[in-house]
Design a protein around this ligand. Structure first.
Ligand code: ADP
Ligand code: 5GP
Length: 224
């Protein structure tokens, strides 16, 4: 894998990881509704689309051969095999997002989270926990997208995945959805206020500029 420093400054790379069914997709959707200047990384995967999934919106659905080709071109910032399929995050899409957004959210598994952390030191990790294993199973069944065999596989992986929560800066327990979503938004706001992410703003104020305007959301527009 290419080891170039994918660098940031006031750009926030946010990793969101959880066992399947704990609610990361739902929570991330809430997060981008609240903060439109954050964008979600659309991963590449070799798995087939589920019922209502759309190519290019939920994932880029590609063949094994195309995935192997992208790997050989160092096109992935991280990649992993999860539940028997390959998933990867595009380096080029991160570089694009740095120009247009104030942060990018990576909804990836524990293996991918470790790779992003090793490569982008400014990345912040949030681990989402279900309130109980019983509730996790209830949500997986309620989602109605997975077969019994898939649910069994996901439940048996869940405990192993949870053991890695120590590699993340934050843990959000997704019991009440509104509360968990508000917590996630607070984490982003707190991370944005870190001194080293505010260097450019402090300089601006000292030079007599209006930094409030510079920090306004610019969804889809190049940042100045
Ligand atoms: P993940 O992306 O982690 O696999 P999803 O976001 O798809 O999980 O959520 C799994 C299921 O649980 C979905 O049907 C979703 O609507 C539901 N869900 C998510 N968060 C909550 C919550 N706090 N309370 C009840 N149901 C939830
Ligand atoms: P699903 O198939 O249910 O959408 O996702 C299965 C698992 O793959 C989830 O844990 C999800 O976070 C993870 N995943 C999705 N995209 C990526 C990716 O690009 N990289 C890695 N490492 N994991 C991913």
């Amino acid at each position: 894998m290419r080891q170039a420093q994918l660098w940031t400054n006031d750009f926030l790379p946010l990793i969101v990881t959880s066992p399947s069914g704990a609610g990361k997709t739902t929570l991330v959707r809430r997060l981008v509704e609240a903060l439109a200047d954050m964008t979600v990384s659309v991963s590449y995967t070799t798995r087939l689309p589920r019922g209502n999934e759309v190519d290019g919106r939920d994932y880029h659905f590609i063949s094994e051969a195309r995935f192997a080709e992208m790997l050989s071109q160092d096109a992935f910032a991280e990649w992993a095999e999860v539940h028997g399929h390959r998933y990867g995050t595009s380096v080029a899409k991160i570089e694009e997002a740095r120009e247009t957004h104030r942060g990018m959210i990576f909804v990836i598994d524990v293996q991918g989270a470790r790779q992003i952390k090793a490569r982008i030191h400014e990345a912040v990790g949030v681990f989402i926990l279900p309130p109980s294993l019983h509730e996790l199973e209830r949500r997986l069944r309620g989602r109605g997208t997975d077969s019994d065999a898939t649910i069994f596989k996901r439940m048996s992986n869940a405990l192993g995945e949870m053991q890695h929560y120590g590699a993340f800066e934050y843990v959000v327990i997704n019991d009440d959805l509104d509360e968990a979503a508000a917590e996630l938004v607070s984490i982003v706001k707190a991370e944005r206020a870190r001194r080293w992410r505010r260097g450019r703003a402090v300089e601006g104020v000292m030079q007599g500029r209006d930094v409030a305007r510079a920090a306004a959301p610019r969804d889809g527009q190049p940042r100045s």
